[in-house]
Design a protein around this ligand. Structure first.
Ligand code: SF4
Length: 348
C-alpha cells in the first residue's frame, strides 16, 4: 500500500491514526511542531517522540520532500535553484540578496498554462500545481541557503517564480498560512508578495478571504490592445475588470497594489503608454516597479532605452505615484524576472 504524505494529512486523519495506534493526542502537536516549525523531513529527527511512535509513523507515512540538488550562483550573488519534486518534475526558486534583504522568489506551479509572450516559463506546458508543502519547502531551503551563504535569515518572499499563483489558489493560501503562522515559520505576511497576471475574480476572493500579504500585478501596459498582444489573458480579463477588482481590493484591505511593469523598445516606450499608465494608476492607490527587461531569445522583445524608464518615473512622480526602477538580478544565470524555464535543471 502506498504511504500517505504526512504533510498532506489533515488534523482529523492524524487524530484517527493516533487513536488507532493507541498514542496520546498531545503527540500530534509535537509532530506538527517538527514538521512546520522545524522543517523536519523525516521521523528519525523527532527526538522527543518515542522510538516506537516514530516507527509506526514511518510505516504509515512518508515525506515527499523537495531536493535542491543543483544551483547556480550569479556574479551579483543571486542563486537559482533547480528544485526536484518527488515525482521527478523540476521547478526553480531564486534567492535574491541585496544589501539589507534576502528575498526568496518561489514557484507555485510546474510550468504555466498562461501564455505571456515575454516569459520563458510560458514555453513550458503546465504539468501540475505545487502542493502547499512543496511551496513551504522552497522557502525553508532558501532560508537555510541564506544563513549558510550570507549569515542571515530570509527576510522577504515573492511568488514570482514559475506559474500563476492565483490558479493554484488554495495551495498557495495554505502554504502562506504555514509560513506565517507562529506554529510555522512565523514570517510576517507584510514580507510576502503574491504576484499575478491579474485575475479579477481571484483578486476579489483574496480581499474577501482577508489575506494579509501584499498583492502585485504584472501590468506591462495600460492599453487593452497592447496588453492583449503580449498577455492573452487580457482578452478575457480586460483592464476595466482588472481595475474594478483592484479598487475592490483597496476598499477591503486598504493596501496599495504594486504594478510590475517591464518597458520594451517599440512596444510600450511611447508617451501614450506613459500617459495611459499614469491615468490607470490615478484610479487605484498603487505604486509601480519599472523593470529592466531580460531577453529570452525572442527578437520581438528588446530592452527599452533607460531614458524611457526615467521618463516614466518622472511623469508618474509628478502625480505623486511612487515608481521605482528595478535593475535585474541574476541575468547571467537566467534567474531574472521572466527567465525561469528549467534551462539548466536536473531533467533537461
Ligand atoms: S508571466 Fe507568470 S503567468 Fe505569465 S506565463 Fe510567465 S509564469 Fe505564467
Amino acid at each position: 500500500m502506498q504511504k500517505k504524505d504526512v504533510r498532506n494529512t489533515n488534523r482529523e486523519e492524524l487524530e484517527a491514526f493516533f487513536k488507532e495506534a493507541n498514542e496520546p493526542s498531545f503527540r500530534i502537536n509535537q509532530l506538527l511542531e517538527w514538521i512546520w516549525e522545524k522543517g523536519a523531513h523525516g521521523f528519525h529527527d523527532m527526538s522527543n517522540l518515542p522510538l516506537s511512535l516514530r516507527t509506526k509513523l514511518s510505516e504509515a507515512f512518508e515525506f515527499r520532500a523537495i531536493a535542491v540538488n543543483d544551483y547556480q550562483k550569479s556574479e551579483d550573488g543571486t542563486i537559482k535553484n533547480a528544485v526536484l519534486l518527488h515525482d521527478g518534475n523540476v521547478v526553480e526558486s531564486v534567492l535574491i540578496p541585496t544589501e539589507k534583504r534576502t528575498t526568496a522568489c518561489v514557484s507555485s506551479q510546474v510550468g504555466c498554462s498562461l501564455d505571456c509572450h515575454f516569459c520563458a516559463t510560458a514555453l513550458l506546458k503546465r504539468m501540475r500545481n505545487l502542493n502547499p508543502d512543496e511551496i513551504f519547502d522552497q522557502v525553508v531551503s532558501i532560508d537555510r541557503q541564506s544563513k549558510e551563504q550570507f549569515n542571515r535569515p530570509l527576510s522577504n518572499i515573492v511568488f514570482m517564480g514559475m506559474g500563476e499563483p492565483l490558479l493554484n489558489y488554495q495551495n498557495v493560501i495554505d502554504a502562506i498560512d504555514k509560513i506565517t503562522s507562529p506554529k510555522g515559520l512565523n514570517i510576517s505576511p507584510k514580507r510576502i508578495t503574491v504576484s499575478t497576471v491579474g485575475l479579477p475574480k481571484m483578486i476579489k476572493k483574496l480581499a474577501d478571504d482577508g489575506v494579509k500579504f501584499n498583492l502585485a500585478v504584472s501590468l506591462h501596459s495600460a492599453i487593452d490592445e497592447k496588453r492583449s498582444s503580449i498577455m492573452p489573458i487580457n482578452r478575457v480579463n480586460p483592464l476595466t475588470d482588472l481595475l474594478e477588482s483592484l479598487q475592490y481590493w483597496y476598499k477591503v484591505t486598504a493596501r496599495k497594489v504594486t504594478f510590475e511593469y517591464v518597458v520594451w523598445k517599440g512596444l510600450n516606450d511611447d508617451l501614450e503608454d506613459i500617459l495611459a499608465l499614469k491615468e490607470f494608476c490615478k484610479r487605484v492607490p498603487s505604486k509601480v516597479n519599472l523593470i529592466e527587461y531580460n531577453a529570452i531569445g525572442d527578437s520581438r522583445f528588446e530592452q527599452a532605452d533607460s531614458r524611457v524608464l526615467d521618463e516614466y518615473q518622472r511623469i508618474l512622480g509628478r502625480e505623486g505615484i511612487v515608481a521605482k526602477i528595478r535593475r535585474s538580478r541574476g541575468k547571467d544565470i537566467d534567474a531574472a524576472c521572466g527567465q525561469l524555464a528549467n534551462k539548466n535543471s536536473l531533467n533537461t
